[in-house]
Design a protein around this ligand. Structure first.
Ligand code: IMP
Ligand code: MG
Length: 188
């Protein structure tokens, strides 16, 4: 069976298909372009989950952009946040005096965004904002918010369009809820 058809059995339901994502990216990009008009943006994308989002969003923003990526790991392969965020790179990207926009796939517990913000703030950017494709509606231990949000979702585990479960499903062209049995097995 073809890959997409095979994987479909792991997906409980599709939340946002390709055209819904495209439409929302048009709106987000227009908003960001207007807000940063006349400036140069320094984008820091959090790998690996934000890859598709970053590439599709940035091509819609007709401003001068410099791009850097940071690898932040908070999940260690499970569906429960560990609370500890580790960075693969020792060096902090050059953000001093710049208008910085952090891009991440999803705001869940907020640990990742809080850790990235703290790390970048030490290098004294001119401004520091964040943009997430998805934001889960839930209580967060960290009172952290994103400045730009693609979609609000319920507190469920989602995959596709960059988001993974144990490194799989990132290449699905839509965002869907993973069947609970699959995530529950790995949390035992
Ligand atoms: P936070 O630090 O808990 O906010 O989580 C941020 C990271 O956890 C994201 O960048 C994702 O890699 C991962 N994550 C959180 N929720 C999900 C989900 O529903 N599906 C896939 N990855 C998720
Ligand atoms: Mg991630």
């Amino acid at each position: 069976m073809a890959y997409l058809a095979l994987v479909q059995t792991d997906i409980e339901r599709v939340l946002f298909d390709g055209s819904a994502i495209d439409k929302r990216l048009d709106e987000l990009a227009a908003q960001i372009t207007a807000d940063y008009s006349g400036r140069e943006l320094k984008v820091i994308a959090i790998l690996t989950g934000s890859l598709m989002f970053m590439s599709d969003l940035l091509r819609r923003i007709p401003l001068p952009v410099k791009l850097d990526c940071l690898s932040a790991v908070s999940y260690q392969g499970k569906t429960q946040a560990s609370g500890k965020v580790t960075f693969k790179q020792l060096a902090i990207p050059d953000v001093s005096g710049r208008d910085v926009l952090i891009l991440d796939d999803i705001l869940d517990t907020g640990h990742t965004l809080a850790a990235v913000r703290k790390r970048l703030e030490t290098a004294k950017p001119r401004s520091l904002r964040s943009c997430v494709l998805l934001r889960k509606r839930k209580q967060r231990a960290w009172h952290i918010e994103a400045n730009y949000i693609g979609f609000e979702i319920d507190d469920e585990f989602v995959v596709g369009y960059g988001l993974d479960f144990m490194e799989r499903y990132r290449n699905l062209p839509y965002i869907g809820v993973l069947r609970k049995e699959l995530t529950e097995q790995s949390n035992q």
